[in-house]
Write a protein that binds this ligand. Structure first.
Ligand code: S3P
Length: 424
């Protein structure tokens, strides 16, 4: 599907964005290996999380989906059964990396595969630590999916994370639930901690002392009710749009503001953006709030170091805001962008280039000159949901109508993105 986005002179209103992708995945996975029912409200019904549901159904778990209400009838830590076919993770890196941590210790074998993008995303980063725990994971594609997992008995390890990755950390933590002994993970740079929060909520024993995470197996996890907050990664598109489109005032309701995810708020504030956190509350151990943004005169900034994992998925749309700022913005230490659903350093620079924007690619990030003017044009999503939505935000300040080709990939994380944008 192609989508035409017109330039806007103002964006105003209140919106609710769909549920957090990371938390939705985890609620289904952990609910499946917990005893009893897990009732999830505000579930993200995007394609990625539906892939997770499909995988656990094939592993013998009954899951009822009714709009964004999902009930997982968990069968406990030893309740999964052998799938009769390949587990298809679609486009979802979170699904394949986290589920591998669970499947490594089962008393059956299985095969995981996904789409052409998944087959280009590095899996050695989970194969290495899981193998150290005794897992038997075979990549028939040189370190990429498909993966064949032969269930084995696992033992605890001590592991130092070479990259800040919540997916890798979560995969090891899930394996640790089934391993003999206490697993220790050293995390020099913090990544999102939804796994630690939710597993403990379900009864696990995971502690974090200054970046040293320990996990001691428990006999069982127990199903719980989870109310999924809105995804700050999806809110980021509307935050950026509200900051750069003239005469705008948007309130985004019910957004998760876990401090391991709020780098984008810190970055926009550092640029002089009006971003106001209101109505703070807590749900299932996760902080939630409404976010108010207004058109702002932005100034350039430097993004580097610990803030990068706290906003890794938001850097494409951050780049769009930066091209409106006064001065030159530099993004460093962000080489992880190259191994997302697309190489987001390359795809953002290529596609914004078609709208007359110059972004200089560097080895670990990008350099974005400010006060550039967006021209209307035609851009390609590269089938990457966040590239499509970032280009849509750039199109709002273009000098005419912009077409996004293969625009429906937004269904991965934000199925009604274009409708929500129109509603403002
Ligand atoms: C995610 C972690 C991040 C993020 C992805 C979701 C998660 O990936 O980019 O969209 O749910 O754990 P990495 O852990 O590879 O950085």
């Amino acid at each position: 599907m192609d989508k035409i986005i017109s330039a806007k002179t103002s964006l105003k209103g209140r919106i609710r964005i769909p549920g957090d992708k990371s938390i939705s995945h985890r609620a289904v996975m952990f609910g499946s290996i917990a005893k009893g029912d897990t009732n999830i409200t505000g579930f993200l019904t995007g394609d990625d999380c539906m892939s997770t549901i499909a995988c656990f159904k094939k592993l013998g778990i009954d899951i009822d989906v009714n709009g964004d209400n999902v009930t997982v009838h968990g069968k406990g830590l030893k309740g999964l059964s052998a799938p009769s076919e390949i587990l298809d993770v679609g486009n979802s890196g979170t699904t394949i990396r986290l589920i591998s941590g669970i499947l490594a210790s089962q008393d059956f074998d299985c095969v995981l595969n996904g789409d052409s993008s998944i087959q280009k995303r590095p899996m050695k980063r989970i194969i290495d630590p899981l193998s150290q725990m005794g897992a038997d994971i075979e990549s028939t594609n040189d370190g990429y999916a498909p993966l064949r997992i032969h269930g084995r008995r696992l033992k605890a390890i001590e592991y130092t994370m070479p990259v800040a990755s919540a997916q890798v950390k979560s995969s090891i933590l899930l394996a640790s639930l089934f391993a003999e002994g206490t697993t220790v993970i050293n995390e020099p740079v913090a990544s999102r901690n939804h796994t630690e929060i939710m597993l403990n909520y379900f009864g696990a024993d995971i502690k974090n002392k200054n970046g040293v995470i320990t996990s001691t197996p428990v006999k069982e996890l127990y199903g719980k009710d989870i109310d999924v907050p809105g995804d700050i990664s999806s809110a980021a598109f509307f935050m950026a749009a509200g900051l750069i489109v003239p005469d705008s005032h948007i309130i985004i309701e019910n957004v998760g503001i876990n401090p391991t995810r709020t780098g984008i708020i810190d970055a926009f504030k550092a640029m002089g953006g009006y971003v106001n956190i209101i109505n703070e509350r807590s749900s299932g151990g996760e902080p939630v709030a409404d976010i108010e943004v207004k058109t702002s005169k932005l100034k350039a900034t430097v993004l580097e170091g610990n803030i990068i994992p706290r906003m890794i998925d938001e850097i494409p749309v951050f780049a769009v805001a930066a091209l409106c700022a006064e001065g030159t913005t530099v993004v460093k230490n962000a080489e992880e962008l190259k191994v997302k659903e697309s190489n987001r350093i390359a795809t953002m620079s290529e596609e914004l280039g078609k709208l007359g924007i110059v972004i200089e690619e560097t080895d670990d990030g990008m350099i974005i000159k400010g006060e550039q003017k967006v021209k209307a044009g035609t851009v390609y999503s590269h089938m990457d949901h966040r590239v499509a939505m970032s280009c849509a935000v750039a199109a709002l300040i273009g000098d005419g109508d912009t077409t996004i080709t293969n625009a429906d990939c937004v269904g991965i994380s934000f199925p009604d993105f274009y409708e929500k944008l129109e509603s403002l």
